[in-house]
Design a protein around this ligand. Structure first.
Ligand SMILES: [Zn+2]
Length: 292
């Protein structure tokens, strides 16, 4: 599943590629990808004649700010155009975008196709089809319509996310620290890979009851999370196998994981073998010797 660094890589790619992209045609190849509005026709109508003005990211959600363009030759500053709501996307397990100049026919896993007047296409492909898209009218708030978005915890890079915050939210939690890191309402954007890698880097066992973790360990953990996420964004996402950026590239630029998918291999610090076990239904990788 694409996590914060992969989604951030997609966001940057979209911002770069879709320079003044005005949606002139919309094709919905799979109805269930449209999460909102409930009518597919309303979704299509809402997006038509929208300039994709700006891409934001919150957790693993991509949020495009739309502007209304009725006349193609609009010259005045784009900021002055009327807002036309938001296009929100969650890639879930296997969703990705492709930007195709002078587009031709779509592949079998294509779910949504957006075209400009020159037949350039922003194509959304999703093999397992858990990904979702919302068009939110300008009078509504994405944070109210999309429950998962409205309930997100702080971004790992924000000031609100520090050891004090972590201490406070975990002080009474008996769940494992791994489960806490995966909980999007506690911190946004971390999934299985970065949870395992951060816990390894901080020397904390994924199975520890969250409330038993001390302040100095939380300081280390917070730093590990931020460092690993930043490093991964810098290299275009991690070794995650299903992830593609807009050029169809796998973000596998030599960035190594220390524990994730290294079951049975030697720990890079101590030589002990990396183990794997399920925690709250997710495969968890760790070094029993380095992580206490
Ligand atoms: Zn080790």
């Amino acid at each position: 599943m694409p996590e914060l660094p992969e989604v951030e890589t997609v966001r940057r790619g979209l911002e770069q590629k879709l320079n003044k992209f005005i949606i002139k045609k919309v094709e919905v190849c799979r109805d269930s990808t449209v999460a909102f509005p409930s009518s597919k026709e309303e979704f299509i109508k809402g997006l038509l004649n929208s300039l994709i003005y700006k891409w934001d990211r919150r957790g693993k959600y991509l949020i495009a700010k739309l502007k209304e363009v009725q006349n193609d030759n609009t010259q005045f500053p784009l900021e002055n155009l009327q807002n036309n709501g938001f296009l929100v996307v969650h890639l879930r397990m296997t969703g990705y975008f492709e930007f195709i100049e002078n587009s031709s026919s779509a592949c079998k896993h294509t779910r949504i196709r957006l075209f400009d007047k020159n037949n350039n296409e922003l194509r959304y492909v999703d093999v397992r089809s858990f990904g979702q898209m919302w068009w939110i009218n300008k009078d509504l708030s994405p944070y109210k319509i999309i429950k998962g978005l409205g309930s997100l915890g702080p971004e790992p890079f924000s000031k609100d996310f520090d050891a004090n915050y972590l201490k406070e939210v975990i002080s009474k939690r008996t769940r494992s620290i791994k489960a806490i890191l995966l909980d999007q309402t506690i911190v946004a954007g971390i999934g299985n890979i970065y949870a395992d890698e951060s816990l390894y880097s901080a020397g904390i066992s994924p199975f520890r009851e969250a409330r038993t973790i001390k302040k100095n360990e939380l300081i280390k953990l917070k730093e590990a999370i931020v460092t690993i996420l930043k490093k991964s964004i810098g290299s275009g996402g991690t070794t995650f196998s299903d992830f593609r950026d807009l050029e169809g590239e796998n973000g596998n630029f030599g960035l190594q994981t220390n524990v994730y998918r290294r079951t049975g291999k030697e720990c890079r610090k101590c030589g002990n073998l990396i183990e794997r076990q399920k925690v709250t239904g997710r495969s968890t990788h760790w070094c029993p010797k380095c992580q206490k």
